[in-house]
Design a protein around this ligand. Structure first.
Ligand code: FES
Length: 103
């Protein structure tokens, strides 16, 4: 069975924006894109930068340190210098809360 963890209130994530928060001891980034919520690890796979301090454009997050880019839907790298994916997490929105499948 999937272990859903309560991460945040749905309205805590501004539309077309990203926030960072701790969920189950991990640093997680939550994104709101076109009314849908996505979740990935918040730390860039290239260096120690928090993606929530970066720039979200559509489904792409740009790292604030060296401008590497990831697809927030999959965690896949889109642009150098990042070559390694970050982890992405299944999300569901229920009862006004955002739930993540962390484990
Ligand atoms: Fe993110 Fe370098 S730390 S691109």
């Amino acid at each position: 069975t999937i272990n859903w963890v309560d991460a945040a209130a749905h309205d805590e994530v501004p539309q077309e924006d990203v926030i960072g928060l701790a969920v189950a001891g991990r640093d997680i980034a939550l994104y709101s894109v076109e009314g849908e919520v996505f979740a990935t690890d918040n730390i860039c796979s290239h260096g120690h930068a928090r993606l929530c301090d970066g720039f979200l454009e559509g489904h792409e997050i740009e790292c604030p340190l060296h401008q590497g880019k990831f697809d927030v839907r999959t965690g896949k790298p889109n642009c150098a210098p990042v070559t390694e994916a970050i982890r992405s997490y299944p999300v569901k929105v229920e009862g006004g809360r955002i739930w993540l499948a962390i484990e």
